[in-house]
Design a protein around this ligand. Structure first.
Ligand SMILES: [Fe+2]
Length: 457
């Protein structure tokens, strides 16, 4: 996949990870990378209870690593004064409900983002065909239903201040999401851009794994209004930031950042906007309600019994329409192939990323297994039947990662992050496998009943 606006790696502006697993950008700004997304901490090290702010809340399952980093950076048991959201996509709110409750904090977001955060509306459907990468192809599997933090939610004030962050202002940067905001500190020209632009090709699993820096438009598969997205990049380029941290990719700084942003703004329609997109002709907008899919509202922990396509009963977040089982299996097969390619082609880099240096050969073998099982599944007319291959592989992967959590492993924090990232995929593998097994048993029962009670001719 060609880079949109290449950037010299000298423009990367973060420090190596500290003992708490965060990378410092300035003395009071740090981020933690969670496999495919960044979580940002604002506040001085050792600031203490209620003296710092969390910006965005990562992917599902990341609560423990965020809490551990916060305790290490700001002091044991220190809670933030607030959580501020750039927007509400699943990879920015994964641990939001749990963290907000555990910390008893207000959640700030733009008013137009509220329906995605109070349980009343889902995001518009993803577009798997844009961008060309594996993560784009998997995007229909990404959650788009709302979370519900309505009791804690506060709209960012109209005077553009960010109440829990003195010295910062918010800037409305719609396009990727109707209520997306960037945060801007004029004093040192520091920008927190959300996903208005990103610094990695988020559509590609390989690019996300190796984090080659570039300046890239918003992730294509979840962007609903391309005209607004272009205007948002123009607004941010005009700020002439000294440094920027985005939702995905590494922070960048200096003249290369500024020049790259202007290049992206100028060439946006050529490099960032997909040639074909359902949202090109019919953008998802707040003004006409098309940005809010109200067919699957939810209150916390449960789907409504009358939601179309969903079976009533239970409160498990993984419940899904049965027709999606095949798409899920195919998506997991593609994911396995992508991950396998990274393991086979870049084993040293991948081992470093997951804190398992010295296991490069094992990772290459695991990668070959991932590719083989993915190809076998995609070649099958009912790929969900072969999810057992992936479940077996998950057990081996889990063993390698769990062994890396030992105190003697200096990379154990990276290993813990990797474990948190793959756990949801392993759950999907196991869930799909169980559902396919149950479906086969049901078919056998129906066939037996048909043999016992043949229809009269
Ligand atoms: Fe996003």
């Amino acid at each position: 996949m060609a880079q949109q606006i290449p950037v010299d790696s000298a423009a990367v502006a973060d420090a190596p990870p500290g003992a708490d697993g965060t990378h410092e950008i300035t003395r009071d700004l740090a981020y933690q990378r969670h496999a495919l997304v960044n979580v940002i901490f604002w506040g001085r090290p050792g600031a203490g209870d209620r003296e710092w702010v969390l910006i965005d809340a990562g992917v599902m399952g990341s609560r423990a690593v965020i809490e551990a980093a916060a305790a290490s950076r700001f002091g044991p048991d220190s809670r933030p004064s607030a959580i501020v959201l750039t927007h509400g996509h699943f990879d920015h709110v994964g641990a939001l409900e749990d963290l907000a409750e555990a910390w008893d904090v207000p959640v700030f977001a733009h008013a137009l983002e509220r329906p995605y955060l109070d349980g009343s509306a889902s995001y518009p459907p993803a577009e798997p065909a844009v961008g060309g990468g594996l993560l784009a192809r998997l995007s229909p599997l990404f959650p788009r239903r709302p979370v519900d933090v309505s009791g804690r939610l506060q709209a960012l004030p109209e005077n553009r201040t960010v109440p829990p962050m003195p010295g910062w202002r918010w800037i409305h940067v719609p396009g990727h999401s109707v209520g997306q905001v960037a945060l801007w500190r004029e004093a040192d020209r520091t920008l927190i851009a959300g996903d208005a632009f990103v610094t990695t090709a988020q559509e590609s699993a390989y690019a996300v794994a190796v984090q080659e820096p570039e300046i890239h438009g918003p992730p294509m598969y979840f962007t609903g209004d391309w005209d607004a997205a272009r205007r948002s990049v123009e607004i941010l380029a005009a700020l002439e930031p000294e440094r920027a941290i985005t939702g995905h990719g590494r922070p960048l700084a200096g003249a290369a950042l500024r020049e790259g942003l202007h290049q992206l703004a100028r060439a946006f329609d050529e490099v960032a906007r997909p040639e074909r997109s359902r949202y090109r002709a019919a953008p998802a907008r707040a003004v006409d309600g098309s940005a809010y899919d109200r067919t699957h509202p939810r209150s916390r922990g449960a789907a409504p019994a009358n939601a179309p396509g969903f079976r009533p009963g239970g409160a498990l977040p993984w419940r899904m329409p049965e027709g999606n089982d095949r798409a899920l299996a195919q998506g997991l097969a593609w994911f396995g192939i992508g991950l396998g390619l990274v393991e086979v082609l870049a084993p040293a880099r991948f081992a470093r990323m997951i804190g398992r240096e010295g296991h490069e050969r094992t990772l290459q073998l695991f990668g070959m297994r991932e590719i083989a099982s993915g190809v076998a599944m995609l070649g099958s007319s009912d790929p969900e039947r072969h999810l057992g291959l992936r479940v077996g592989g998950d057990v081996l992967d889990g063993g390698l990662l769990l062994a890396g959590l030992r105190a003697s492993n200096p990379g154990r924090r990276r290993t813990a992050l990797a474990l948190a990232a793959v756990a949801p995929v392993a759950v999907l593998d196991a869930l799909g496998w169980i559902r396919a097994r149950d479906a086969r048993a049901r078919q056998r029962r129906i066939a037996r009943a048909a043999r016992r009670n043949p229809r009269p001719s």
